[in-house]
Each structure stands twice: as C-alpha cells, then as structure tokens.
Design a binder for this molecule. Structure first.
Ligand SMILES: *Cc1c(COP(=O)(O)O)cnc(C)c1O
Length: 441
C-alpha cells in the first residue's frame, strides 16, 4: 500500500482524529448529511483514495465500496479513462465562462442515448437540474402546482424537500426548517405507485421512474404509463428524475427500460463521471422557453465545466449496451445470493434489484420481508432498526454500505464476480453475528 493509503501524508493518522478536526470547522463534520453516521452511530471513516471497487481510509484500511459516491461512479474509482480525460482537460484550463467543445460533446452524448430528449442544459448538480426543470415546467404551463411522491428525492431545493427520501428520510425529517410555508404550498406529496388525481392547476408531476432514495422501490406495472396518460389529459408536464437511473439502468436510462417518455428529464451523478454535473432536458419545443430564447431564467458560472464534461464524456463513451447487460445480470445474481446469505445467517432479508441497482432491506430473525411498494412500506421495514447493526457488522469486515437504510447499493463495472461473492459471504457472517446478538437481548 502506498504512503497516501496509510494516511501519513494527511497529518493525523486516525479516522477519529480527522473527524474531530472536521467537526470543528464543518457542521456535523460532513458536507452532506447522508455521510454522517447519525442514523447508524459511530464515526465515519475518512477516505483518501479509491481504486475500482475499493476505498482506502486514512488508516490504510481497505473497504469494498457499495456507496460509489451514491451512484455518481459507474466505472469504479480512479478509472484510467476518466483520470486521463480529466488530466488532459485540466492542462487546457479549468473554466472559461465561454462556450467549449466539451459541453457540446456531453450534450450530444446525452441526447443521442435518451429517446425523445432533444436538448439539455448542463448544470452542476442534480439539485439544480430538478429545481430548474420545475421552474421550466411552471414557466411553460403558467401553472404553479407540483406533484411529487413520498420517498422520492429530487435534491434539496425548497419546494422539493417535502416528503423527501434519502438523507431527509434517514434523519426522520418531515422536510426542513428554513423552508417557508409558501415555498411548499404548491407541492403536493402523493404515495408512490398510485396515479394521483391531476387537474388543470398542476404544472408538472416529478417522479423517480425507479425509486432509489427510499432504498429501492420498483414502479408497479402501469404506474408510469398511468402518470403519462393523466398528465396528458390535464396538460401537465411529466418529469422523470433520472439523476440515479440515467446511464445506470442502461444507455437510455429508465425511459428506454420502461417504454414511457416524460416531457422533461433530470440527470446527474453518472453523467459527471465523478465530477459535479447535472443536466435537464426535453424536446426542443419545451426547452425553447429557457433563457436566452425564452422567459424562464436559469444560469451557472461553472455550468458545462470543461473538467466535468470531459469526465462525463469519458464515462459515456466507455460503456456500451453489453456492459449494462453484463452488469445487470451480475447485479441480479448478487441480489439473489445476498438475500439468501443473510437469511441463512439468521436475519430477515429482502433484496430488490432493477438492472444494476440493488436495494437491501434487513429485518430481525424470523421476520419475512415483502418488498415494499411505497415509502410507508419501506419505513415499516426500516423501523425494525436492524440496519445499523448490520451496517457495522459489514463495515467491521471491510464492506462499506451507505450509513443509512434508505440508500441503494451501487455495484458497478469494477465489481467483478469475485468481489460480489466476497460481499455475499461476508453478509452471511455479519447477519449471523447480528442475529446472535439480537437473540441474546
Ligand atoms: C442525488 C439525487 C438528486 C440530487 O443530486 P445532487 O447532485 O446531490 O444535488 C436528485 N434526484 C435524485 C433522484 C437523486 O438521486
């Protein structure tokens, strides 16, 4: 292991010391609440390096990583094509504030792969993408109301935090302090997998076409097609938030997989190749309302940044349809074996998978899990509170899961059969340890 992996070039050697330092200057020691261990207890490890499916902390401990930056990483950490693309781009200058070839290339790459998406505007995060798509939908329709689904996460803009998944769910917050009632007055939160009533006051319906922020919840047959039909009948726009599913479920994301097309798409995570990028897009007609052509304002100093677009293009160019098929079948086997291993170890387990996405629910010994169809169902399983124990039993054995029960697992192209089999075996041992401890108490 190199010097950087042992942490000796990073001052204090231990995770405890780094986190103590972090807490002094960064609220809670983290720059995004999902990274805190507040729902599982303990101290987060501080990573210095990643390679493929592996992460290394400041103490030189190696973890098999299923966080993969919450889905931003598809090829594995420090993939040579991404490193080369970013290095080349950096040598040419990191930002100019004028048009660059890289942003054109990334926009072309996105539009070429997602059927129906003719134009995209690049931004710097998924939050910005969803926030801007919402503004565009309201500007286009001249209506104010928005429907979202409980347990779906669309970033942390004021109007979309209500009924949120991911970290908002993990922290058990109804939304957030600091959001004026007026900002959410036009946000209607509906249960996932039920087509809500949509009338002519609704500007848009925003949905994760496969819900991956309340753990993993799959769309019921007819749900997305039902939303499409109901939006059309009311003249409302349908927005697919594909920040996780885009370029992860396949080249055409959830749209191609489910065969339903929205009016607007939100992208992020994978399209930045590990750098900050988001995008929102739609048909030329819908996107025409955006400034400078139309009246809906949206902007960004670093939007379409040369480093980020170079990384994103490198990833999209590197993967082909066969890679996604291979990854999907590996993930399906992994999901099946993981569930069996945990059950054999003595805990209840339910493992969902959709293409490369995997969602793990754990429950006390003797409890059988039916995979949930909405946020209430996911919460009922999470409320057993077994996940924190299982999380630590895995982490102690060198497997890094997200420190919250509402996040999906992100096996990527760098996770070979070998690593997945290791995770399955370790999960059985971890489950046995947790089950034994629970039976004693
Ligand atoms: C992560 C995520 C976002 C927010 O993206 P950020 O880059 O974290 O702002 C929005 N929507 C979905 C579905 C996400 O998973």
């Amino acid at each position: 292991m190199g010097e950087e992996a042992t942490g000796s070039t990073f001052g204090p050697a231990t995770n405890e010391e780094w986190f103590a330092r972090a807490r002094r200057v960064i609220p809670g020691g983290v720059d995004s609440p999902v990274r805190s261990f507040s729902s599982v207890g303990g101290t987060p490890f501080t990573a210095v390096r990643g390679k493929g499916p592996w992460l290394y902390d400041v103490e030189g401990i190696r973890y098999l990583d299923f966080i993969q930056s919450y889905g931003a990483v598809l090829l594995g950490h420090a993939h040579p094509v991404v490193v080369a693309a970013v290095t080349r781009a950096a040598e040419l200058g990191t930002t100019f504030g004028v048009p660059t070839p890289g942003e054109v290339t990334l926009a072309e790459a996105i539009c070429a792969r997602v059927p129906g998406c003719e134009q995209v505007r690049l931004v710097s995060s998924g939050t910005e993408a969803a926030m801007s798509a919402l503004r565009l939908a309201r500007g286009q329709t001249g209506r104010d109301r928005v429907i979202k689904f409980a347990g779906c996460y669309h970033g942390h803009s004021d109007g979309l935090l209500a009924g949120g998944g991911s970290g908002v769910a993990t922290l058990g917050l109804p939304g957030s302090a600091g959001v004026p009632a007026g900002s959410v007055a036009n946000t209607i939160v509906a249960p996932y997998n039920v087509v809500p009533e949509i009338d002519e006051t609704v500007a848009c319906v925003i949905v994760e076409p496969v819900a991956a922020n309340m753990n993993l919840v799959t769309p019921a047959a007819g749900f997305l097609a039902g939303l499409r039909a109901a939006c059309d009948a009311a003249g409302a726009l349908l927005i697919f938030d594909e920040v996780i599913t885009g370029f992860r479920l396949g080249e055409g994301g959830a749209t191609a997989r489910v065969g339903v097309s929205p009016d607007l798409w939100c992208f992020g995570k994978v399209i930045g190749g590990g750098l900050p990028v988001g995008a929102f897009g739609g048909s030329e007609g819908v996107m025409a309302a955006l400034a400078p052509n139309g009246p809906v304002y949206q902007a960004g100093t670093l939007s379409g940044n040369p480093l980020a677009t170079a990384a994103g293009c490198a990833v999209l160019d590197h993967v082909c349809a066969a890679d996604y098929e291979e990854l999907s079948s590996r993930a399906a086997r992994f999901a099946r074996d993981l569930g069996a291993s945990i059950t054999a170890g003595g805990l209840g387990a339910g493992v969902a998978s959709v293409g490369p996405l995997v969602g793990l629910f754990v429950a006390p010994p003797g409890i059988t899990i039916d995979l949930p169809t909405d946020y209430d169902g996911a919460r009922a399983i999470v409320d057993h509170d077994v996940y924190p124990r299982f999380f630590h039993a895995m982490l102690g054995r060198g497997i890094a899961l997200a420190p919250g029960p509402y996040e999906a697992l992100f096996p990527g192209l760098a996770h070979t059969e070998l690593e997945l089999a290791l995770a399955v075996e370790v999960a059985g041992e971890a489950a046995a340890e947790v089950a034994a401890a629970m039976e004693r108490t």
